[in-house]
Design a protein around this ligand. Structure first.
Ligand SMILES: [Zn+2]
Length: 95
């Protein structure tokens, strides 16, 4: 299987084979992001939800998570400014 040239870590990495349930973004993520980076985001996502007390039942909550995801994975427009300060501050990489 071919590797994906990952925009998040800048290296060629393992392709994501799982279904992500990301709707329109699914194809984009799978062509741009490697599996290890996606796994990192999955851990990060939990933290984002806790940190911002996101209610995923609300559209605004889902939007916030999506924005954070794009920033973390380095997807989307460069001009798109996302406030990740809160996350950067609290982010502790897992050993
Ligand atoms: Zn990567």
């Amino acid at each position: 299987m071919a590797d994906v040239q990952c925009v998040t870590c800048g290296q060629a990495g393992e392709v994501i084979t799982d279904t992500l349930f990301m709707g329109k973004l699914e194809a984009e993520i799978k062509t741009k992001v490697c599996k290890p980076c996606w796994k990192k985001w999955e851990g990060m996502r939990v933290m984002v939800i806790n940190e911002y007390q996101v209610n995923l039942g609300e559209e605004s909550g889902r939007e916030l998570v999506k924005k954070q995801m794009k920033a973390f994975l380095k997807l989307g427009e460069q001009s798109e400014q996302v406030d990740t300060a809160k996350i950067d501050q609290n982010f502790r990489p897992q050993a």
